[in-house]
Ligand binder design. Sequence first.
Ligand SMILES: *Cc1c(COP(=O)(O)O)cnc(C)c1O
Length: 368
Amino acid sequence: MDNQKIFVTRSSMPPYEEYIEAIKPLWDSHWITNMGQYHQELEQKLKDYLDVQQISLMVNGHMALELTIQAMGFPKGAEVITTPFTFISTTHAIVRNHLKPVFCDVKPSDGTIDETKLEGLITERTVAVVPVHVYGNVCNVEEIERIADKYNLKVIYDAAHAFGVTYKGKGIGSYGDASVFSFHATKVFNTIEGGAAVFSGQWLYDKLYNLKNFGIRNEELVSEVGANAKMNEFCAIMGLCNLIHVGEAIGHRKALAREYEERLKDVHGIRMFEKKTDAESNYGYFPILVEEEYPLSRDGLYERMKKKGIYVRKYFYPLTADQRCFENRFERTKLDCARELAEKVLVLPLYESLSIQEIKRSTEIIEG
Ligand SMILES: *Cc1c(COP(=O)(O)O)cnc(C)c1O
């Protein structure tokens, strides 16, 4: 079927019977949210899977990031160094906390924050760094830690793309003061909507518990002002079911990514990001860069693929720093490399149930 539409992603779902069977007990207990049994069970299982000490489940990845930043208690107007080459959520989470994003350029090799440019952006108002493991590409965590320690900054990783990624044999969420995952339907592992913050200290667990549950400590005591960002039991059960299959799904993605690599590695003008050799990827995305030497522009290739029913995406264009909502609000920094990547990048379809035949359809268009 050569005209069927192919989208960039397709949500992973467990076998229907498996989920239906798993949610049945909810009709006995009628306990469908408020940190129920399955919320607790998923926290335990994810702690193991992600190889982290503490986890707090949330209603989505954005609230996990927004509340984790809030939990740090930074003074209003303080500066947070971050990357503009990301989904808008990263920047929104900083701005919605009344903090000022200071955009740092990224590296052409893998799209992560350019750690060599961090120190030049630090002022006496800087309180934190929010880097992103974009496409699951691992940031230079050692150098970021060294700089953060030197200037006494917090590091909160947006690890929304990095579920299951390991670096030097450790879960990616074990780096920094905290990391945040997204379990949105489009991510490698989903709870329909959902997310989590991971970290090591008990104090942050308690703080986030308050922030995600109105600050309620018991029937009569509200100890602080909090929002509502709890994960419900239907979502937690979706997570428990998907978690059973996620290892296999990542294996499948890996084989598909290899297929793309093989077919595209010799195409003139198409470049792929570098991966760290000591990192294990989750193959969440397959971004390519359409370089000058390619016969079409990035937008030209985007249109050609769309005409043939393949809906590739310009992730991440425009840069978050260039979005209308931030126009004239923040100081402009030099973002030459990030802008260039944003102009060149296309994310190709990649999901568990994609077929080799469908990959061929895409790569044949790219080969021209
Ligand atoms: C998906 C995503 C988020 C937000 O996660 P949601 O679960 O959709 O709220 C944040 N940052 C990045 C980089 C993302 O891709």
